[in-house]
Design a protein around this ligand. Sequence first.
Ligand code: SAM
Length: 290
Amino acid sequence: AASEVATPKRTKEIIGRYGFSFKKSLGQNFLIDQNILNKIVAAAELDPSKGALEIGPGIGALTQQLAQAAGRVTAVEIDNRLIPILKDVLSENDNVEVVHGDVLKLDLAELIERQFKEMSGVSVVANLPYYVTTPILMKLLEEKLPLEHIVVMIQKEVAERMAAKPGGKAYGSLSVAVQYYCEPKLICTVPHTVFIPQPNVDSAVIKLSLRDKPPVDVKSESYFFRVVQASFAQRRKTITNNLGAFVGKEHREALIELLQGCGIDPARRGETLSLSEFAAVSDALLATGW
Ligand code: SAM
């Protein structure tokens, strides 16, 4: 339709009309490709009974499509210069509410409860500002928000790390953290030419479907994540060396026995351990009281 925001012509026209200037520091790269938007929206599995929480609506390219697919849309935008533009662009979409704020500072549990009470499910759908991708996603996951899916456009390399399986270079503490909470799926990669202005990295759309419960049982989640972090502290080192630095060198011999007791060769590197192996090591270490 002629009113779609996500075309080069319409985006330039809106930018010009309001004299808007992009702020690189806010990760402002606006999408100008309807096909990519369609893929993002399709991946989110929305219908009129569902709510969509958008982070960083920009001038409303994705917001517009979400308004058509979901029952209700709430879009959180940090840049106050965009608020009047969004009001104008979305004036015909009466199921959209724009909230001015920093998503990292908002009480999202309260926002979701307030905005989507009558919805049968809520998903986050966004083209995220790249400078804060990981903090935003970790906030969404750690706060255990009642979400079905998180479908986001992010830097391609970060998407690959989130979806990585043990054994490869991309697998690290981010992979373990994301996969503890979600089932990741790469939807598509996206060239930098579909944005204004063009970012200098490639992008990808990733879908994170939240699990009902974690794939592994651990006695302490916070300790589990500390063990994972410690295991990747120095990627070239073995699990024995990395965990030795974490528990104290005086426990080295006992640590080797503990790893063997978990069925793990002490010469392996952290990047080869599965979530269930990390869980076993974490519970065994916690029990020692070192
Ligand atoms: N959704 C639009 C699109 O796809 O064309 C814009 C996406 S742009 C990559 C990221 C947007 O997030 C910008 O509008 C930016 O102002 C906004 N933003 C940046 N940091 C934010 C934060 N902490 N909280 C909320 N919005 C933020």
